[in-house]
Design a binder for this molecule. Structure first.
Ligand code: PGA
Length: 249
């Protein structure tokens, strides 16, 4: 099974645009098999998009860890389930950067997501400074360990998205070989954490960061990723359709 996930971020401006985009993406799914196509729109569009009968699954871009209460502006995992979400992106670098989300907070969100039987899309990635210092593997391992340590319930599907921060929205995608090597390092960290237990049945690895229809297939076929997390290119149904097609086995 492969995953192609659209992260629309804070786009588009209106529901009618969101619906058009959603339905145009759905049109691209004729004949597509064994690929989960997931769209993560802004919260406010979720329930209305769910009303459309499509092959697309829905995800959220964030959540809060508490079940309910006095947390102004937050959205719980139960609310996400209620509007038909199955996936939740966690720890995206934009949330780490602009909203100062810490590894500890991401761990709490992750627990809420897996407890609710939702599928996490845990984003990890190094900044350009961390890369230049040669600390990429350490940084990623720390992000993985702090999110997963002590987590009792993994769920059947656990998605880890490697998104180098310097590659997000920049047009500078990570080299295929480098991305493939990093995927192996992340896997090694997971094996360390789980004492070399078989992890293949739960974990799927995605690449994200300036994915387009010209590089998407190489991340899957050459670098060995199980899927893609796509930002900018997922707002263009033609381009996103090509990316989905390139993921077909
Ligand atoms: P991008 O974003 O494809 O626009 O680089 C990816 C992401 O932020 O998930």
């Amino acid at each position: 099974m492969r995953f192609v996930i659209a992260n629309w971020k804070m786009n588009p401006d209106s529901f009618s645009e969101a619906k058009n985009l959603f339905l145009s993406i759905n049109e691209k799914l004729t004949g597509i098999k064994d690929i989960k196509v997931v769209v993560c729109p802004p919260f406010v569009y979720l329930s209305k998009l769910k009303e459309n009968k499509t092959k697309i699954e829905l995800g959220a871009q964030n959540c809060f860890w508490e079940k309910n209460g006095a947390y102004t502006g937050e959205i719980s995992v139960q609310m996400l389930k209620y509007v038909g979400c199955q996936y939740v992106i966690l720890g995206h670098s934009e949330r780490r950067k602009y909203f100062k989300e810490s590894n500890q907070e991401i761990a709490k969100k992750l627990k809420a997501v897996t407890d609710a039987n939702l599928i996490p899309v845990l984003c990890i990635g190094e900044t350009v400074e961390e890369k230049e210092r040669g600390t990429t593997v350490k940084v990623l391992e720390n992000q993985v360990f702090s999110a997963l340590y002590g987590l009792e319930k993994l769920g059947e599907v656990f998605l880890i998205a490697y998104e180098p921060v310097w590659a997000i929205g920049t047009g500078i995608s990570c080299g295929i070989e480098e991305a493939g090597q990093t995927r192996l390092e992340i896997k090694k960290s997971l094996l360390k954490l789980f004492n070399n237990k078989e992890i293949d049945k739960n974990f799927y690895f995605l690449y994200g960061g300036s994915v387009n229809s010209g590089n998407s297939q190489d991340y899957l076929e050459k670098a060995g990723f199980d899927g893609l997390l796509v930002g900018g290119a997922s707002l263009n149904p033609e381009e996103f359709g090509k990316i989905i097609k390139s993921a077909q086995y």
